[in-house]
Design a protein around this ligand. Sequence first.
Ligand code: UD2
Length: 297
Amino acid sequence: LHLQLPPYFLLLHCDSKEHCLSHRRTDVLMMTPWFAPIVWEGTYNSEILNEEFRQRNVTVGLTVFAIKKYVVFLQKFLETAEMYFMVGHRVNYYVFTDRPEEVPKVALKDGRNVVVLKVQNYSRWQEISMRRMEMISYFSQKQFINEVNYLVSVDVDMRFNDEVGVEILSNLFGTLHPGFYASRRQSFTYERRSASQACVPRDEGDFYYAGGFFGGTVKEVYKLTKKCHEAIMLDKAKGIEAIWQEESHLNKYFVYHKPTKILSPEYLWDDNIGRPQILKKRRFLAVPKNHAAIRNK
Ligand code: UD2
């Protein structure tokens, strides 16, 4: 019997060519049940992706808050971002701070800018953390929509330690929390009180996402941050604050607006958790901090 093989048969077997389906992992979940890729080292080809995003001349906005004493984290944050974040692409760092004069001057490569946005502070750290949703949504429609294609929102008490590139970009993305990527739904620390807008019923929820790394197109980030901020305000009017502040609201949002891409904990790691085998890269690492000393005035 003579079989006429379709041309793609060859494609599936061209081991000699670097590009052909050679990026595969069998030890981790690579795709959600709604067909969103989960980004792990060894699942993508950055050469192909860089070419695609360079062709589109994409600009990425990185939002980071450094309120009160948290300005001390900016130096290392920006220096390491210059080494690893979106290398070869256009980047605007949006630094939200109440202390503009304390923002360090860091040498930047071509096509990269630091934009300092002066904002108010709040006395409670929980309030500072939650108000990020309000400020990002406000500046998204006022400014970011005219300046960048994608927004990436991260914590500041962090340093980049390996490549974080265009492989993360998608309409709407979240990051698996390093403490829960291997946990079952029952142990996710969602808000469970029904009085809170962030409440997630016990039989719902796919993953537990970290508050410290999410993003998407400006339009999607605007929708997410606006909705979370409104939910936070409704809670406040009732005198309730979600268990993990805006992280709880983010998790609620992602239950009903599924992310189109999910980042593995490589993108938000804390060495206190150890170094499991599946973690081939630690791209963005928590900087140890003395909570009591740094969070209060
Ligand atoms: C976790 C989450 C964080 C947020 C918080 C809410 C991660 C890695 N972090 O962080 O995103 O959801 O829980 O409970 O998933 N900040 C200031 N000045 C302050 C206090 C906070 O600028 O005085 C900003 C700063 O950008 C900081 C962020 O708010 O990185 C979050 O605060 P945190 O890092 O103290 O909270 P943490 O570590 O509990």
